[in-house]
Design a protein around this ligand. Structure first.
Ligand SMILES: [Zn+2]
Ligand SMILES: [Zn+2]
Length: 281
C-alpha cells in the first residue's frame, strides 16, 4: 500500500482561520510513503512542520527526499521548521530547480540574515540540494520523473511510480489561452495516474481577473486529469480566500464537469491520507 498524506494544501500564503479549519490553512506539502522505503516529500511549504511533528518519537534519524516544484514562498518556507532535520545523522536530499541560480544558491539566499537567522549548514542533520530539470531519478524502488509545468517562472511537476502505483504532482499550473490544450510534459506526468494532485486555485470569474497569475480553474484541473486518463483528481493549492464552504461547492462543480468514466474528484484536505494499491495484482 502506498500512502499519500496532505500536510499543507493551500496556495500562495498560509491562511489559518475558523472558516478554513476543515481543509486547512498550511501551504503545499504532501508525502508519499511505502513500506520499507524512506519518504518522498512533494514541496516544503508550511505543512512540512506538521509532517515533522508526526515523526516525533522515532528511534531512527530521519532520511528522506524532497521534490520541490519551484522556489515561491508557499513551497519552501517550511524547511527550517522541519524538526527531524535538527538531529545528528538525519539527512534530506532536496531536488528541484531555481530560475536564476542553482537550487543550492537559491536556498542559501533566503535562509540567511536578514531573511532568516539560520542557514542550511547550521542544522545538525545533512541537507543537500540537487538541480533537477526534465530528468528521471530513483529513490529506493521508486521512479521519479520531473518535467516542465507552465507557471510564472521555471517550475517542475513530478511523477512518482512505486509498487505499481503512479502519483502526479502539478501544484501550480498556468492555464493556457486555449483551455482545451495541455502541455505535453504535463500529460506525460499524469498519464494513467492513480492520483493527480493538481492546482485548483480559481473559479472561472476569479480566473478572468487573474488569467496571468500562473494558475488555473477547477475546470482546467478536470481537463488535465481527463486528457491523461487519470483515475483520481485531488484539487490542490486552494486559494487562500476560499473558505471550506467554497471548496465544498467547487468539488461539486468539478464533479459536474467530469465526463462519464472520468476521474473521481475530491479536494485535498490537511491531515488526510489516501491509500493507493496497484490494480495489477
Ligand atoms: Zn504555489
Ligand atoms: Zn508559484
Amino acid at each position: 500500500m502506498v500512502n499519500v498524506t496532505f500536510w499543507g494544501v493551500r496556495g500562495s500564503t498560509p491562511c489559518p482561520c475558523d472558516q478554513n479549519r476543515r481543509y486547512g490553512g498550511n501551504t503545499a506539502c504532501v508525502t508519499v510513503e511505502a513500506p520499507d522505503m524512506d519518504p518522498i516529500i512533494f514541496d516544503l511549504g508550511t505543512g512540512l512542520r506538521f509532517f515533522g511533528e508526526s515523526l516525533e518519537g522515532s528511534d531512527e534519524p530521519f532520511r528522506g527526499i524532497a521534490l520541490v516544484t519551484h522556489m515561491h514562498w508557499d513551497h519552501v518556507q517550511g524547511l527550517p521548521f522541519f524538526t527531524p532535520i535538527h538531529q545528528e545523522g538525519a539527512s534530506l536530499e532536496v531536488h528541484g530547480r531555481s530560475e536564476t541560480c542553482s537550487l543550492d544558491e537559491s536556498f542559501r539566499a533566503f535562509m540567511k540574515p536578514p531573511f532568516f537567522p539560520v542557514g542550511p549548514d547550521d542544522l545538525r542533520g545533512d541537507i543537500s540540494f540537487h538541480d533537477l530539470d526534465h530528468d528521471e531519478i530513483t529513490w529506493g524502488r521508486a521512479r521519479i520523473v520531473a518535467r516542465d509545468v507552465p507557471h510564472t517562472g521555471l517550475t517542475n511537476g513530478y511523477r512518482v511510480e512505486v509498487d505499481g502505483v503512479a502519483i502526479a504532482y502539478i501544484s501550480d499550473h498556468q492555464q493556457p489561452a486555449d483551455p482545451t490544450s495541455v502541455a505535453p510534459g504535463v500529460v506525460e506526468l499524469c498519464r494513467d495516474a492513480d492520483l493527480v494532485i493538481h492546482d485548483a486555485q480559481y473559479e472561472r470569474a476569479e480566473y478572468a481577473l487573474k488569467a496571468d497569475w500562473g494558475h488555473c480553474t477547477i475546470d482546467y484541473a478536470v481537463r488535465v486529469a481527463e486528457a491523461a486518463g487519470a483515475r483520481r483528481l485531488a484539487l490542490f493549492h486552494h486559494d487562500p480566500s476560499h473558505t471550506d464552504d467554497i471548496v465544498d461547492r467547487l468539488v461539486v462543480e468539478a464533479r459536474d464537469a467530469v465526463s462519464a468514466g472520468g476521474p473521481e474528484v475530491f479536494a485535498a484536505a490537511e491531515g488526510v491520507t489516501v491509500s493507493l494499491a496497484s490494480v495489477l495484482v
